[in-house]
Design a protein around this ligand. Structure first.
Ligand SMILES: [Zn+2]
Length: 287
């Protein structure tokens, strides 16, 4: 259990989605979309085996309203047992923390979907994993991803591991607000010191900043974090390094998110300092 207290959650910025055109996934020939969407990792489409089959989306509005209903029924208590509610609660905690520490912070939107979804960055499927689209300032999550993360990808299966994923995407939103996302996108999309890698490592660091703050203060939404929970995040960050997935291990020129060690390092920088200024992966002498 990680969330403390009880009662309703703020669902004003979270909604259900899905039933997108889907088949035109991120990656492949859609180079532009790779540049404008910041995913959790740099997988080729279809690697996760989660996405829609591209068939017609006749049931989409039904799916969407079912997800909306689920979201609106969430309480803090349920966030400790239910993945959708955990995403919602984490967005509440993220908004509280970032509003506290970042002047001018404006919350992003969050869409929870199944299979495929249309975004301002183009149609996407679950196969790319969670992502953030700056065009609509929205973070996108398919809850089924977490089973793949803890299963086939070898990440953690604890609640904080899932919350880290949500916090990483919110990190991209913070980067959008500061302009770091736009700066990184002008600096190249692949390679060990590319803008993409700097964007992704900074998002890991900002997720660490959130984790360091989320259990502090009288209004903290999280119970005090345990070392075991932090270890679970580290296991997850390791699992999604460029040298751990996607066959890019032997070719750093193809890296988009940084190595396992780098992802763990930058999460820890944010977590141990609690200071977003420590997350400047653009000025860092080494990544
Ligand atoms: Zn990312």
């Amino acid at each position: 259990m990680t969330f403390r207290g009880g009662g309703p959650l703020n669902t004003g910025n979270v909604s259900g989605g899905g039933g997108g055109r889907g088949k035109l996934a991120i990656g492949g020939g859609a180079g532009l979309i790779i540049v404008i969407v910041a995913a959790l990792f740099g997988l080729d489409p279809n690697d996760l085996g989660l996405g829609s089959d591209g068939s017609s989306s006749t049931s989409s509005s039904q799916d969407q309203s079912a997800i909306d209903e689920h979201i609106n029924s969430c309480t803090i208590e349920q966030a400790n047992t239910d993945t959708v509610c955990r995403i919602v609660a984490t967005t509440n905690s993220l908004d509280a923390v970032w509003s506290d520490i970042m002047p001018g912070y404006e919350p992003p939107k969050t869409i929870i979907f199944e299979g495929s979804v249309d975004t301002a960055c183009g149609p996407a499927t679950s196969d790319v994993g969670p992502f953030y689209c700056p065009g609509d300032q929205t973070a996108y999550f398919d809850p089924a991803f977490f089973d793949v993360l803890s299963g086939r990808l070898g990440g953690g299966d604890g609640p904080l591991a899932q919350e880290y994923v949500v916090a990483h995407e919110y990190g991209h939103h913070v980067e959008y607000l500061t302009g770091a996302l736009q700066q990184g996108q002008r600096m190249g999309s692949a390679g060990p010191t590319s803008g993409s890698v700097r964007i992704e490592l900074q998002a890991d660091c900002l997720a660490g900043v959130w984790a360091s703050q989320a259990d502090k203060g009288p209004d903290a939404m999280l119970e005090p974090l345990t070392q075991q929970q932090i270890n679970d995040v580290i296991k997850t960050a390791k699992a999604i390094g460029d040298d751990a997935i996607g066959g890019a291990a032997s070719n750093p020129e193809g890296w988009t998110h940084g190595s396992s060690d780098q992802r763990v390092h930058w999460f820890n920088v944010g977590y141990t300092t609690g200071d977003p200024n420590s997350c400047n992966t653009f000025e860092a002498a080494s990544l």
